[in-house]
Design a protein around this ligand. Structure first.
Ligand code: UFG
Length: 334
């Protein structure tokens, strides 16, 4: 298949491109380098030793140029990763988030319609569930009571995609709700390396391990969990990437809107992650217990059964591999 991947140089996008190429798909990346580096393109080639991939440095909102890209390439399917994703920033800059995430998706769908491409996989998030009543969370849990503009953009796009299908039953749409992706490709060539002070736990731990930040702040130890620190469903980014390949198989032959959680179904606390990271990498991350971070909840983990039954997909890599591969990437890219 010929697959257009928006945001294909980003953390999840780049790992997904690798898995698509390994399955002999043709990949066309559209990325505006907002939160990624052009060098990732060569890393993808280096890992896969494939040359059936192209890169357009372009903003998805540029409809004229996107139209040309669709005309030049006989695209079968789109995976839409491109978008802003920082929760805290979205609270400070909501309009920027609504404009970028919503307008890019609407532009993309307009061009897809024009070129009669009606298969799309959308990068959604477990934060569409808001503050869930309980875990494990299955796909039929209520969505929409989101707690920040980033999550609201994802919820709104899910709504748009549902309406799109209602208006035209030829569309095949998969909405993938990610839990907490960490880890990196085994090669150590691609991974997550945000600029500045990271918001998320693993990128923060990596900067402490590298000596770039003095210590980890553990946000609260009075949650209702086994050790008091917040519990999340961490998933290896390569497992997540493989989930997209399985979702393509699904939407290739079936129309409709399919929604899947991509998680492991297992929750680990902040201190579980710190301890495992220390053990597998023979390190000792300094940390301090600090105040809770506003908006955080006790525990969030998935029920991944639907993806297992309908996609034949389940996460295979354990927390030790996630912690080892995360550090392996960071060590190679300091
Ligand atoms: N945490 C710390 N210290 C830090 C950063 C995080 O203790 O410096 C804790 C948090 O309090 C939380 C856990 O580590 O208990 C995980 O926090 P992250 O920020 O890594 O992840 P979140 O679960 O808050 O949110 C992430 C992404 C969202 C995504 C969501 C899906 O940021 O984009 O997972 O559940 F939607």
């Amino acid at each position: 298949m010929k697959i257009l991947v928006t945001g294909g140089l980003g953390f999840i996008g780049s790992h997904t491109c690798v898995e698509l190429l390994e399955k002999n798909n043709e990949v066309i990346i559209v990325d505006n380098l907002n939160n990624s580096k052009e060098s990732v393109f060569d890393k993808i080639k280096q890992i896969t030793k494939k040359d059936n991939l192209k890169l357009y440095i372009e903003d998805v909102r540029n409809e004229e140029n996107m139209d040309k890209i669709f005309s030049e390439n006989d695209i079968d399917c789109v995976i839409h990763f491109a978008g802003y994703k920082a929760v805290g920033e979205s609270v400070r800059e909501p309009i920027m988030y609504y404009e970028n995430n919503l307008c890019s998706t609407i532009s993309l769908i307009k061009i897809m319609k024009k070129h009669n491409v009606k298969k799309i996989i959308f990068s959604s998030t477990a934060t569409v569930y808001g503050e869930p009543e309980s875990s494990p969370i299955s796909e039929d849990f209520p969505t929409g009571k989101t707690t920040n503009p980033y999550a609201t953009t994802k919820f709104m796009i899910e709504t748009i995609l549902n309406d799109l299908y209602k208006s035209d039953n030829e569309w095949s749409i998969a909405i993938l709700r990610y839990f907490n992706p960490i880890g990196a490709h085994k090669s150590g060539l691609i991974g997550e390396n945000p600029n500045g002070i990271p918001n998320n736990l693993m990128p923060y731990i990596l900067k402490v391990a590298a000596g770039e930040l003095p210590k980890l702040n553990v946000f609260g130890n009075d949650y209702k969990t086994h050790d008091g620190t917040g519990v999340r469903d961490y998933i290896h980014v390569v497992d997540l990437a493989i989930g997209h390949v399985k979702a393509i198989d699904k939407i290739a032959n079936e129309t409709g809107v399919k929604i899947y959680n991509l998680g492991t179904g297992i929750g680990y606390s902040v201190l579980d992650i710190v301890n495992t990271f220390n053990k597998v990498n023979s390190l000792n991350i300094p940390y301090e217990i600090t105040a809770r971070r506003p908006g955080d909840v006790d525990e969030v983990f998935s029920n991944p059964q639907k993806a297992k039954i309908e996609l034949g997909w389940e996460a295979k890599m354990n927390i030790e591999e996630m912690c080892r591969d995360s550090w392996n990437f960071k060590k190679n890219n300091m």
